[in-house]
Design a protein around this ligand. Structure first.
Ligand SMILES: NC(=O)c1ccc[n+]([C@@H]2O[C@H](COP(=O)([O-])OP(=O)(O)OC[C@H]3O[C@@H](n4cnc5c(N)ncnc54)[C@H](OP(=O)(O)O)[C@@H]3O)[C@@H](O)[C@H]2O)c1
Length: 326
């Protein structure tokens, strides 16, 4: 196999970001899209110039036309379709949040192990040069000992008719966008927190439309994260250490507009150059390297499992009004 032939499992909104990335990568091609109806698959394929269509997800999984699928379904469907895709012999890139229970995450990981196929969580920002720079700052000790992370992801809907507001679909701001600060903190701190405290404000549909969490690590280190559907688009992350702090204005999305500044303990702030790279390209190229060269994925399934574990602990804490130990 020289190129990975991709199939889109659904016509989700987010596909519009991933399609150009597949086409930008020299070792991938977009060959098919599956939707719950032929009509929808056909009109989508025509718009995006995709050669083959399927009137059901099952039909695409049964076909030899694709090697890998991108799963961009509502959150509650990620686990079942990932397992089905793996069992049908397809490599899988599955959107975040990977799944809504640890039992489901474990089922997905077991299916990948059993089939020896590649499975990864689609956390695009983790692959971008900006995040690699953050990791280098931490690894090289330029920030000293990290004591605090503050990280936020807020946005507002254009319409209230959205899968993110449906409780049984895994709706809620923490599952949707709060998981970015959670994963950011995990990456910088080098693992999941020891214990967490969460606060949530539930909207009319019953999902959290605002979430604030305090995540505690060893040696008094803390991450403060928040997510919201109630306030205008805003993201930022700050990592504070004994030798200085690093601030990003767009850590997760719209990274081309991001300003990254290192404030050392003394002296002038340093404006860090972020190499330009399309935001979604890294996760696709990483899949290609894993599938075609047999290399491990950059984001491990152990890290993915801890993202879900931390979110579940935060929700448990918010519901109980008590700290939860992981
Ligand atoms: N990484 C990122 O940057 C990013 C950004 C946005 C979203 N996401 C993730 O991507 C996933 C999709 O989000 P989205 O906003 O793109 O979703 P969306 O536009 O609402 O699309 C979801 C798709 O799932 C399919 N589907 C199957 N069963 C469904 C059901 N019962 N109800 C609704 N849709 C159903 C539909 O495709 P068919 O009609 O074609 O079958 C639909 O188009 C979520 O897990 C989200 O967290 C990631």
């Amino acid at each position: 196999m020289e190129k990975v032939r991709w199939g889109l499992l659904s016509t989700a909104n987010i596909n519009r970001r991933v399609i150009p990335a597949i086409r930008q990568s020299a070792r991938g091609e977009l060959t098919a899209v599956a939707s719950r109806s032929q009509e929808s698959a056909d009109s989508y394929a025509q718009h995006w110039d995709i050669p083959q269509t399927f009137a059901s997800y099952e039909a695409m999984l049964a076909s030899d036309a694709v090697d890998a699928v991108y799963i961009s379904l509502p959150n509650h469907l990620h686990a079942d379709w990932t397992v089905r895709a793996l069992q049908a012999g397809k490599h899988v890139l599955c959107e975040k949040p990977f799944a809504l229970t640890l039992a489901d995450v474990d089922r997905m990981i077991a299916a990948a192990n059993d089939t020896r196929l590649v499975l990864a969580e689609a956390f695009m920002y983790r692959h971008h040069p900006q995040m690699k720079l953050v990791e280098a700052f931490v690894r090289d000790g330029r920030l000293g000992d990290i004591s605090l992370i503050q990280s936020v992801f807020n946005f507002q809907f254009k319409s209230r008719d959205n899968i993110r507001l449906i409780p049984e679909y895994g709706g809620g701001s923490l599952w949707d966008v709060g998981i970015y600060p959670v994963s950011f903190a995990q990456c910088v701190m080098g693992g999941p927190p020891d214990w967490v405290f969460g606060f949530q404000h539930l909207g009319a549909s019953g999902v959290d439309e605002f979430f604030a969490g305090q995540l505690h690590y060893g040696n008094g280190r803390v991450a403060q994260i928040s997510s919201s559907f109630l306030t205008p688009f805003h993201t930022r992350s700050v990592v504070v250490g004994t030798k200085g702090r690093l601030r990003m204005s767009r850590p997760f999305t719209n990274v081309e507009e991001s300003e990254m500044v290192f404030y050392p303990d003394s002296g002038e702030p340093e404006y860090v150059d972020i190499p330009e790279e399309p935001l979604y390209l890294g996760e696709i190229e990483d899949m290609h390297t894993a599938i075609l060269d047999g290399r491990p994925t950059y984001l491990t399934l152990a890290e993915t499992r801890n993202h879900v574990r931390t979110v579940l602990a935060l929700y448990e804490s918010a519901a109980a009004g008590k700290p939860v130990f992981l």
